[in-house]
Design a protein around this ligand. Structure first.
Ligand SMILES: NC(=O)c1ccc[n+]([C@@H]2O[C@H](COP(=O)([O-])OP(=O)(O)OC[C@H]3O[C@@H](n4cnc5c(N)ncnc54)[C@H](O)[C@@H]3O)[C@@H](O)[C@H]2O)c1
Length: 254
């Protein structure tokens, strides 16, 4: 029998919101590291395109429809992945939305929608996939948080920042719950990364101002975020749980 705790070649990873942006880079780096990857997204057509880009043969990558606001979608995705690839060892809770609405103008519906997707989605993912991993006696969960969850954010919106702060706390809660079952739960907190989300939030004319405010003077690299996730996903990362790994160009130091 293959020992899944030492061989990443035999392992399977699911990334949420992986059709574009950081999620796609994370899926790509996990695939390059030898994982079979489920590229999941609310936009299943885009997920299918992304999956084909990673492996045109379709042998080592599958596309999955998964709206993280739906617990039933996580259950169906888990069933689809385990049927196709036999098991699941790694979950990356990456999907998120942001709305750049000023705090005093955010309606309760908008607030709840953003928190439900970002924080509720991470909660559902940790619960559904975490239960399965605990039964298997092994797993790695990586939650995408944000600098906004640590410093209150700048252009990203209060609901986004609050949801990301909540993810840092949920990461600790699930890490404590699952530590004795061989399942680690960690978070990555990026500052502004060279990505479609940052380009959408920051108009070109404001970019020089943003760069000037970042101590290292440049945006972060999405592939490096992917490599951090690969490291947290590895069997050797077993002594690291409940942590948040910062990658923010020096914008927030602690
Ligand atoms: N880009 C950055 O600079 C940055 C900085 C800090 C944190 N982050 C975090 O990294 C993660 C990825 O960010 P990004 O910039 O790549 O975002 P993005 O907007 O480029 O991509 C998000 C993906 O999630 C999908 N998605 C949206 N709602 C969904 C839902 N309900 N269910 C499933 N999928 C859904 C979208 O279709 C899209 O493919 C997010 O958690 C974000 O908060 C990004």
């Amino acid at each position: 029998m293959t020992d899944i705790t030492t061989q990443t070649q035999a392992q399977v990873a699911l990334v949420t919101g992986a059709a574009q942006g950081l999620g796609f880079h994370i899926a790509s780096r996990l695939h390059a590291a030898g994982y079979r990857v489920a590229v999941s997204d609310i936009n299943v057509e885009a997920a299918a395109l992304a999956a084909r880009e990673l492996d045109p043969s379709g042998e080592t990558v599958m596309a999955v429809a998964l709206n993280v606001a739906s617990r039933a979608d996580f259950e169906q995705a888990l069933a689809a992945v385990t049927e196709r690839f036999g098991s699941l060892q790694v979950l990356v809770n990456n999907a998120a939305v942001t709305r750049a609405t000023p705090v005093m103008a955010i309606g309760l519906d908008e607030f709840n929608e953003v928190v439900n997707i970002n924080l509720g989605g991470t909660f559902a993912g940790c619960q559904v996939m975490g239960s399965y991993m605990a039964e298997q006696g092994y797993g790695r969960i990586i939650n995408m948080a944000s600098l906004a969850g640590q410093n209150g954010g700048t252009s990203t919106g209060a609901h986004y920042a609050a949801s990301k702060g909540g993810i840092l706390t949920l990461t600790k809660v699930f890490a404590k719950e699952l530590a004795s079952k061989g399942v680690t739960v960690n978070a990555v907190a990026p500052g502004p990364i060279d990505s479609p989300m940052v380009k959408a939030l920051v108009p070109a004319e404001r970019l020089p101002g943003l760069l000037a405010a970042i101590p290292v003077g440049e945006l972060g690299d999405a592939n490096f975020i992917g490599d951090m996730v690969v490291q947290l996903a590895s069997p050797q990362a077993r002594f690291t749980t409940g942590t948040t790994w910062d990658v923010n160009g020096g914008l927030f130091m602690r």
